[in-house]
Write a protein that binds this ligand. Structure first.
Ligand code: COA
Length: 690
């Protein structure tokens, strides 16, 4: 037996204990151990087998680190079948997260019990594959096709209560997984309960699988795995069990061979690597209990909401009693949403909006805060005033953070007598929903202040990425180039809806123009005015967005921007915008020409990659994977493509360079290749290796 599975015989019950920290992933040793454990239990004359996990969880799934390598026997589907085929009564006792292959082991068992806090699910589609060890065959037999399709195509986790209601598990019991499992196994033996194999249950009733496939494919915006998983469930209805298992395996292997699977797994591991900074090794974060937020607009209220939901006390500072009241209204509105979705109950809502949240108009209220984030108007002078006041009232050791999207954090820090305590925490709106947090490290930020930023991000459930100081940090600096390339394509012959359609086809939830309509054209406009003084005069400037602002077309909030929103509803294309674009092109003497969707996509992507390469080279981002996370978690880049730089590596630096050189013939300033791309192309290296 391998060490990964412990074996004990307690009377007539054999106990198989998974011991493969941190998450009992079903790697080779675990699979072998389970197989041998079942055989040994049968030889030892046991009448029942209990399977449970030591440590934090039951098996959290197949070992993702083995993906892409040649599979080694025993294979997981065979193991599930072997467990199910045992003449002994097999019980799985679940706690933690029984995910993917973990749940499939449980479905291969004859009885399932779980602690109340256990969560389970088949999240394989989220990493680009699908259940491959009988999940698509057993679950529909157990709970029906529609419920299985929901669980399998969404990859969502369900709690023990829902699992019991659905019939996935037989019982919920409080206690140690080993104890409740043993008691259950004894009870089953005592009552002479039969062995129950799900594979022997009748095939489930089919649905219209072609229609489901199409609907799921559409919802996935180009992501294949959820749709392909539908075909697996279809096989459960149409084929005998053993044939269905074969079909499931084929589909699984098909997905395993895709770039999408690589992209999604890249994103999974990048998310787990991003916070592990060498500079923070052995550095403890400062204590965090009370958070101050200055400014209760959409951003500040979102940050306060996220903090409250994470259990932090919040003091919200506003300029006047009316503004404070409005801020409270926004925060309560956000929390109402959480209440409606069942994320919190009424008692928690009352606590969060009662004692946990305080509002004030007096800076003195911040004197005990452990960390203060300002989310005031994006203007250097305003920010400096705020930091001057914070410096005067905050306790020693308090972390002073700015939520600026573009401004120089060094300059803000320099206004205080404690620049080591100052950091940028760039949230994305709405801050209680959006996953990304850029942690902007200024020249003098102390390591434990940076560690505190990451600790806060973790507590709030964010993907935290370290960024250096520059105009726009990682995300907005790339966004500026994305928009510039879009505006150029539009000026030279396209229009907003063609550009948007091209990017939606790539996998973005929306294109750059619809996104601007949502955030408001005035924000980017103010930013362009700020940059006027430092903009390279040789760089081509497209004035269309300025014209839009001049004409009051500020976006959805006023009912008209790049699109029209009649009655505040869905967007419609606006021929007036086309006229405006044509007019500007005419003034600028541009000979317009049509662009295909492919041409549009290539230009926008190459422009972003070029800027991202400079960001990487300057050390503003620590790795290509960090840029991937920023683009995926904050800017809608399709996760299944792995992120901007992972995508760039699928093209290859050489191809990127060739495209840049081709475009540079038209405009050598905008398309000047970043030095890093030239270097990587010459050395035959990837962005990941940069
Ligand atoms: N295979 C290999 N390693 C895994 C893994 C898996 N299935 N699941 C998690 N890990 C690793 C993580 O990479 C991390 O490693 P690190 O400490 O070296 O960074 C460690 O286990 C802890 O995971 P983490 O996600 O940081 O912990 P958590 O407590 O926040 O979440 C899970 C635990 C299990 C919920 C989460 O890791 C998860 O969703 N895993 C994937 C589950 C899955 O998709 N299973 C189906 C596979 S077919």
């Amino acid at each position: 037996m391998t060490d990964a599975i412990g074996y004990e015989l307690l009377g007539d019950i054999a106990v198989l204990t998974a011991q493969n920290p941190p998450v009992n992933a079903l790697g080779y040793d675990v699979r072998t151990g389970l197989w041998e454990g079942i055989e040994r239990a049968e030889k030892d004359g046991a009448r029942a087998v209990l399977i449970y996990g030591d440590g934090a969880t039951f098996f959290a799934g197949a070992d993702i680190k083995e993906f892409g390598k040649p599979p080694k026997e025993p294979y997981l589907p065979d193991l599930c079948t072997r467990i199910e085929a045992s003449p002994l009564i097999v019980v799985s006792s679940m706690h933690g997260t029984a995910l993917g292959g973990g749940l499939e082991i449980a479905l291969g068992s004859h009885y399932r019990i779980a602690v109340p806090s256990a969560r389970m699910g088949l999240p394989e589609v989220l990493i680009g594959v699908m259940p491959g060890a009988g999940g698509t065959q057993r679950l529909p037999r157990l709970i029906g096709v529609e419920r299985s399709l929901d669980i399998i195509t969404s990859g969502r986790q369900i709690g023990a209560r829902e699992a019991l209601d659905l019939g996935i598990i037989d019982r919920i019991e409080d206690g140690a997984p080993r104890d409740i499992g043993l008691a259950y196994a004894r009870e089953l033996l005592a009552s002479g309960a039969p062995r129950r194999a799900i594979s022997e249950m009748p095939a489930p009733e089919p649905v219209d699988f072609d229609a489901t496939y199409e609907a799921v494919l559409k919802k996935g915006r180009g992501q294949l795995s959820p749709a392909v998983a539908v075909r697996g469930v279809q096989a459960a209805c149409e084929l005998p069990f053993a044939e269905g298992m074969k079909r499931e395996r084929e589909l699984f292997m098909e997905l395993m061979a895709t770039d999408q699977r690589q992209g999604l797994i890249h994103a999974f591991f990048a998310e787990r690597a991003v916070g592990k900074l060498p500079e923070l090794e052995g550095v403890d974060p400062r204590p965090l209990a009370e958070l101050g937020v200055i400014g209760g607009g959409t951003m500040g209220a979102g940050i306060a909401t996220a903090a409250l939901l994470s259990g932090l006390g919040v003091i919200m500072l506003e300029m006047s009693a009316e503004a404070a009241q409005a801020a409270r209204g926004r925060i309560e509105g956000n929390l109402q949403g959480a209440l409606k979705r069942g994320k919190i109950d009424q008692a928690k809502f009352d606590h969060l909006t009662g004692t946990a949240l305080r509002l004030s108009t007096d800076y003195d209220a911040l004197k005990n805060a452990d960390l203060v984030i300002e989310a005031v108007f994006e203007d250097m002078e305003v920010k400096k005033q705020v930091f001057g006041k914070l410096d005067a009232v905050c306790k020693p050791g308090a972390v002073l953070a700015t939520n600026t999207s573009y401004l120089d954090v060094n300059e803000i820090a320099a206004i205080t007598a404690r620049p080591a305590d100052v950091i940028g925490l760039h949230f994305f709106s709405p801050a209680h929903v959006m996953k990304l947090l850029e942690i902007v490290v200024a020249d003098k930020s102390a390591p434990d202040v940076v560690a505190t930023g990451f600790a806060l991000g973790k507590r709030l459930g964010k993907v935290s990425v370290r960024a250096g100081v520059c105009d726009g940090f990682i995300g907005n600096r790339i966004l500026a180039r994305y928009r510039e390339a879009a505006d150029t394509v539009m000026m030279d012959g396209s229009n907003p809806w063609e550009v948007d359609a091209a990017m939606v086809e790539f996998g973005y939830p929306m294109g750059p123009y619809e996104a601007q309509d949502l955030s408001g054209l005035d924000i980017a406009h103010a930013n362009r005015r700020r940059q006027d003084a430092t903009r390279d005069p040789a760089r081509r400037y497209i004035p269309i967005a300025d014209r839009m602002v001049a004409e009051g077309r500020l976006g959805k909030k006023v009912g008209v921007g790049w699109y029209r929103y009649p009655g505040g509803g869905g967007k419609v294309e606006d021929p007036l915008v086309e006229d405006l674009v044509r007019e500007e092109a005419h003034y600028a003497k541009v000979a317009r020409r049509a662009f295909t969707g492919d041409e549009i996509r290539t230009r926008l992507l190459i422009a972003m990659i070029n800027e991202a390469a400079a960001i990487l080279d300057e050390g503003i981002a620590l790795s290509a994977a960090d840029i991937d996370l920023v683009t995926v978690a904050g800017y809608g880049f399709p996760r299944w493509r792995g992120g901007l730089m992972h995508h760039a590596d699928t093209l290859g630096p050489k191809a990127v360079l060739e495209a840049l050189r081709r475009f540079a013939v038209e405009d050598p300033v905008a398309w000047k290749p970043a030095a890093l791309i030239e270097r990587l192309a010459a050395e035959g290296k990837s962005f990941a290796e940069a």
